[in-house]
Design a protein around this ligand. Structure first.
Ligand code: AAO
Length: 511
């Protein structure tokens, strides 16, 4: 029996649900559209010292260069080959990034675009990030190579060849997503070609994959590809480790396809999480923070150990994908910090922090017509992520992960890792608090009046620094100080007009 338990424990740790982050680290960050050289530096100068577990990088595979509109961010979701050659950098730069990040214990997860190639309407030629020829009209991608035989045209039954209804699982998997040429993943040649691409990345040292548009592939076809994958590179990972897999499936309910169909392959993105959390923190639809008491499975979310969670992602922060207007982003910084703070304090799911760039929004009838705008660039070349004297980023990189409140909550999550959800308190409205065993405690005031309460924190007696209003610095706090008495209780006072109306303390912020 004991032997069996040991085997199943190993089975879990070595499996596709495990992110393979360094022990004690619990979150990853999506460095959207960053160059590989900047990510390598960020791993060394910031992510490792601040306790981040890993980075999701933008698709590294060669893509079509889109000129109308001019170089949108979404051109990277239109592959023309699997050469590691994009605006973020070339193969040598990619390898250097993976090596340097792994050497400081920060993992790299690749956004793998394997459901499709470019849009059918993109013009043929060598307008690609590495100069490879391709012809969407004749479905010819010689740099892979793929030809007409490798696409799903025969299987799709809609008149347009595109997905016309999300209520029909066959259309969603066999037809084209917004006219993107749909690969025939039932073919062994296609499966092997994709597996070769992913194995190349695994051998370089990546720790896993976000599988883009997973909803648009049959779970069995994804499994057939995963079954061909190598174990992770033993230079950095225990032998027998499988790549971490998280599949992008948007399931807000009410469609033919559900997230649970994909659990066998790995984790799945839980899109209900950000949509609901945004609604609660914005206080829309009669929602209040008091209702978060049973957040997680209690809200109809997937099992925690299958969920990849986030407040916003690169799509829904600009109106693409799903979630709608409730999604919190850096544009609503005050509410956003509370949302990310709540996510990182709460035990549910494996957490991903978003790191964005600023663009010029222009709303016409409620829609941002500039939702396509690519990263900060000069003549199309992505700009360097510069670091200001106050540690924030320049050149229009937002770097939410460097905001004190978010960076410190990433550390909070590391400190409370494995501790139970405890000592919930609420005022029946939008003042709530909870602890994580005897390691951490967090209090929110999202009401229109001051919070003043003496609460059981579960923490040992002592003086703690609030990591939201400041940091612990030597033997003092740069922000608010909280005294926990010998019975574990502490008094909290949070004005509803505070810059950040929440307070968080943990074992490592104790003086
Ligand atoms: C671009 C152009 C297109 C052009 C195409 C080809 O914009 O006009 O036809 O090139 O030339 C990204 C961009 C796309 C871009 C594409 C390729 O977002 O605009 O197209 O690159 O360059 C669906 C998918 C999901 C996908 C999401 C955007 O299921 O997989 O659309 N996300 C990933 C990436 C994304 C990328 C791709 C996939 C493609 O993260 O960046 O696209 O590689 C429903 C469905 C969802 C569906 C949404 C949007 O959602 O459930 O599955 O997502 O619709 O179509 C309520 C519902 C909710 C519903 C939502 C919206 O909230 O509850 O379920 O409304 O209707």
């Amino acid at each position: 029996m004991k032997f069996f338990l040991l085997l199943s424990a190993i089975g879990f740790c070595w499996a596709q649900y495990d992110p393979h982050v360094k022990s004690g680290r619990t979150s990853i960050v999506h460095l959207f559209e960053w160059r590989w050289v900047d990510i390598a530096l960020e791993c060394e100068r910031y992510l490792a010292p601040k306790g981040f577990g890993g980075v999701q990088v933008s698709p590294p595979s060669e893509n079509a260069v889109i000129t109308d509109p001019s170089r949108p961010w979404w051109e990277r979701y239109q592959p023309v080959s699997y050469k590691l050659c994009t605006r973020s950098g070339n193969e040598n730069e990619f390898k250097d990034m993976v090596t340097r990040c792994n050497n400081v214990g920060v993992r790299i997860y690749v956004d793998a675009v394997i459901n499709h190639m470019t849009g059918s309407g993109v013009s043929a030629g060598t307008g690609s990030t590495c100069g490879s020829y391709f012809n969407p009209g004749s479905e010819d991608f010689p740099a892979v190579p793929y030809s007409g035989w490798d696409f799903n045209d025969g299987k799709c039954k809609t008149g347009s060849g595109d997905i016309e209804s999300y209520n029909d699982a066959y259309q969603v998997r066999d037809c084209r997503l917004v006219s993107l040429l749909d690969l025939a993943l039932e073919k062994d040649y296609v499966r092997s070609t994709i597996a070769n691409y992913l194995n190349h990345l695994i051998d370089i040292g990546v720790a896993g994959f976000r599988i883009d548009a997973s909803k648009h592939m049959w779970p069995g076809d994804i499994k057939a590809v995963l079954d061909k994958l190598h174990n992770l590179n033993t230079k950095w990972f225990p032998s027998g480790s499988k790549p971490f897999i998280y599949q992008e499936v948007i399931d807000l309910g009410g469609e033919a396809i559900t997230s649970s169909e994909y659990f066998g392959n790995g984790r799945v993105t839980e899109f209900k999480y950000g949509a609901k959390l945004g609604t609660v923190i914005r206080k829309w639809s009669g929602e209040k923070m008091a209702y978060l008491k049973n957040w997680g499975e209690g809200w109809g979310f997937m099992p925690s150990n299958r969920a990849l969670v986030f407040v916003d992602n690169h799509d829904n922060q600009r109106g693409h994908g799903a979630g709608g207007a409730s999604i919190l982003t850096f544009w609503d910084a005050r509410l956003y910090k509370m949302g990310v703070g709540f996510m990182l304090a709460h035990p549910y799911g494996f957490t991903r922090v978003m790191s964005s760039y600023r663009w010029t929004r222009h709303f016409v009838n409620g829609k941002d017509v500039n939702d396509w705008m690519g990263p900060p660039n000069k003549n199309g070349v992505i700009k360097e992520v510069t670091i200001n004297p106050d540690t924030t980023c320049g050149n229009d990189w937002v770097c939410e992960h460097r905001w004190r409140q978010i960076r410190n909550m990433v550390m909070f999550r590391n400190v409370v890792d494995g501790q139970p959800f405890t000592n919930w308190w609420d005022n029946g409205s939008n003042q709530v608090a909870f602890g994580r065993g005897n390691k951490g405690f967090i209090v929110f005031n999202n009401d229109d009046s001051t919070l003043s309460a003496t609460l059981q924190t579960g923490l040992p007696a002592g003086t703690y620094c609030d990591v939201i209003s400041g940091d612990k610095s030597g033997n003092s706090c740069t922000g608010i100080q909280i005294s926990v008495s010998s019975d574990g209780k502490a008094h909290f006072s949070i004005s509803n007009s505070a810059e950040d109306p929440f307070i968080a303390i943990h074992a490592d912020s104790k003086l």
